[in-house]
Design a protein around this ligand. Structure first.
Ligand code: ATP
Ligand code: MG
Length: 360
């Protein structure tokens, strides 16, 4: 089976979760259960999608406009940290347009031929979702330019001097690309998307709605203050909110009647190593490496990654965006710096030159 066949499917069949995230502290069976849960909890329409008001409004306009003119919508790029709903949104776009969704990912498109096979199988109006599009190989990327712009590709047949290029028409389609690293996209590729949606971290009110909705679907009784507590500790991320809900439910079932109260939520979050700011073990390890290991920085991401035993991309894509948004880490030209808030979070007195010293 080729990569394409493995990763491609049509709604409403099986939905690969495609989720990565700070899952290092979770065992394999738990990960499988979490993935099943993700599938059940995915909102299926724009109306059901909580939060991201800006992206939702903009997308609504793009899709309604296309529907009105009876054309396929412009290509859409979804960018933002893991677990904020990019894959979910791609599925919703197909659903809202009543079209089929075909899924693949940048790393699966190693050769231009992989992409050519995928593109030539598209039917008019299909949505092609390429996850992690910043990792697409160069020849495939170049083929994508033409496909996106002119709905046509050149297929090279043969090798060496005898090779010929055969132009091939492809059906008008909508490309939805997702990336956690929009900065790594080349200019020409970025320019070919008609609309870029920047997914932001969720505020606590929206995440509380995510938790309440998930609890309803899972049949878990939960108090409002408990839902708000879980939401406030979820790093602004629905995937984490859903996962914490599940862990808290386990706790409430073992230590009580299964109903989630504020006390149960707080006790469970202590057990699972989530602190009051929502930082998990890896986040705290990064802060600790930055402060204890390097006097608060500046220090490069790769040095931090080695110190915590993770890939630099994990530190950069998973930990750092939230630490920056929480005001604990600042990016500077010379590397990452711990802010006064970070020092205080670890129970330390910040040095006078720590950024944010007077702001806190
Ligand atoms: N707006 C939302 N409302 C309710 N639940 C949501 C929302 N957005 C995401 N979720 C939940 O969070 C989970 C993760 O979302 P999703 O897989 O779409 O994230 P992603 O941005 O594609 O992450 P990654 O970059 O890791 O692929 C989903 O299974 C869904 O249950
Ligand atoms: Mg995804």
């Amino acid at each position: 089976m080729s990569d394409m066949e493995k990763t491609e499917f049509r709604l409403p069949e099986g939905i690969p979760a495609g989720g990565r995230g700070p899952e290092s502290s979770v065992d394999a069976t738990q990960q499988v259960a979490d993935r099943d849960m993700e599938v059940n909890l995915r909102p299926k329409s724009l109306d059901e999608f909580i939060g991201q008001p800006k992206v939702r409004n903009q997308l609504d306009l793009v899709l309604s406009g296309a529907r009105k003119r009876n054309v396929t919508p412009d290509h859409v790029l979804l960018s933002g940290p893991p677990g904020l709903g990019k894959t979910t949104m791609a599925m919703i776009i197909a659903q809202e347009m009543g079209s089929s969704l075909r899924m693949t990912s940048g790393p699966a498109l190693e050769r231009a031929g992989d992409l050519a096979a995928m593109l030539s199988n598209l039917m008019e109006g299909d949505v092609l979702f390429i996850d992690e599009i910043h990792r697409i190989a160069r020849p495939a990327e170049e083929m994508l330019y033409m496909a996106m712009e002119d709905f046509r590709i050149d297929v090279i047949v043969g090798k060496g001097p005898g090779a010929t290029s055969i132009p091939l028409e492809i059906a008008p389609f909508t490309l939805v690309g997702a990336t956690t690293r929009s900065g790594m996209l080349t200019g020409p590729l970025r320019d070919r998307f008609g609309f870029t949606a920047q997914m932001e971290f969720y505020d606590t009110a929206d995440l509380t709605r995510v938790v309440v909705r998930a609890a309803r679907i899972l049949g878990v009784g939960i108090d409002d203050d408990a839902a708000a507590e879980i939401a406030s500790r979820s790093r602004g991320t629905p995937r984490i909110a859903n996962r914490l809900l599940r862990r808290v439910r386990d706790y409430a079932e073992v230590h009580g009647d299964g109903h989630v109260t504020l006390a149960a939520a707080q006790a469970a979050l202590v057990v699972f190593d989530v602190d009051e700011m929502g930082l998990d073990r890896l986040d705290r390890a990064v802060l600790s490496a930055l402060i204890h290991g390097h006097g608060g920085g500046p220090v490069g991401v790769s040095t931090l990654a080695i110190a915590v035993g993770e890939e630099p991309s994990t530190v950069e894509e998973v930990c750092e965006p939230y630490l920056v948004r929480a005001g604990m880490v600042a990016r500077t030209g010379r590397g990452r710096v711990a802010t006064a808030l970070a020092w205080q979070h670890l129970g330390l007195t910040p040095p006078p030159d720590a950024p944010g010293q007077h702001a806190v």
